[in-house]
Design a protein around this ligand. Sequence first.
Ligand code: UD1
Length: 425
Amino acid sequence: MEINYDTGKIVVAGGRRLTGTVRISGAKNAALVLICAATMATEPVILENVPDISDIHVLVQILKEIGIEVTWPAEGTLAISATGAPQLPPPYQLVKKLRASNLLLGPLLARFGQAQVSLPGGCNIGVRPMDLHFKGLAALGAEIRMEKGTVLASAGRLRGARIYLDFPSVGATENIMMAACLAEGQTILENVAKEPEIVDLANFLNCLGARVRGAGTDVIKIEGTAQLKGCLRYNVIPDRIEAGTYMIAAAATRGSVQLSGVIPRHLEPLCAKLREAGVSVTEGEDSVLVQGDGNYQPIDIKTLPYPGFPTDLQSQMMAFLSTVPGISLITENIFENRYRVADELARMGARIKVEGRLAVIEGVPALQGTQVRASDLRAGAALVIAGLMAQGRTEIYNPGYIFRGYHDIIGKLSSLGAEIAFQAE
Ligand code: UD1
């Protein structure tokens, strides 16, 4: 029988130090966009190091529903073959579960001349408009209409253009970048996102025969091409947010954890902040060792686009800082609604005051285990960390959010010495 992770709970017995080595999976946010990009290729694509998480399974299901062939030839390996035109629209029941399905807009539009996406979907972390996506695709020649909550985009052959993003949105950069690969002529994208996932997407697109330069800087230049070919082996980058979550969990439990299979450079914004708080972080070539003795100082954090501190690690840091003596400050600059976890942490004894984008955290000696509810993926991860730190037993409801983005989180934490289990209801 298939387990329904949307019900049930994660149960954590707090107070265990995490020790040992944990292997980090492929990046959720890179794999999602690479799978969408693969629909532009006229020949088969094989992606490796794809994480086994529910967000990926939902996207695979969406592709299958619209007639794209997708199989798992081996664990972590996904084969995608988009030879014919898709049957639109993708089913709303699936699309509403996954905001990243919006990343199909650019690829399907560029390759097949039309695309549809439904708004919104995904986590409850604030208003998530798509105006920048639409503005960019319109500049490439697409006609964008809204009908009953569905966005309909259509175009003949797209034309390259010069596009300036008002904000370096990750999703908008990705959607426009993918579409521009099949446009006629050159596209210059300014003020783009510089996240490692953008660089991974550019490398993958180039593997398909696209001509993308400048990813990782503020300006990306794309020479359009009529067709993209296949790519029989492309390895997704490691998940810097999963890695960061284990690093924070190690610090929070005063543990000693080695992460393997990571790109330490991608973790730099977090390493710097953990060190500032008094955590020892040692970077190897593709590993990072995190050791904490509990002798910590409060810190200030501002979330910003990469290479700033990632919003996707903000909640986990809030959980950690809730027992660091003194006053820590967090400013959330990306998603205004990302402080819902503060109320849950308060139920465990944390002292957190939220005013708009600012959170003031006054460290308490310890958290106490109780029943809490995850409001989104990263809030869920934060509650797991809080549970690991707390005295007694914590029960985390809505665990489905956590399994959307963390491959085998129960197994990985258990192997580090945590007492944690999933209980179906
Ligand atoms: C991606 C990540 C998500 C991460 C976020 C920021 C994926 C699948 N998700 O989300 O995990 O938290 O980057 O690092 O990769 N905005 C606009 N107009 C737009 C688009 C965005 O105003 O058209 C605003 C959003 O409201 C938000 C900010 O830009 O305030 C950042 O959003 P964006 O970078 O687009 O995040 P996502 O791509 O949705």
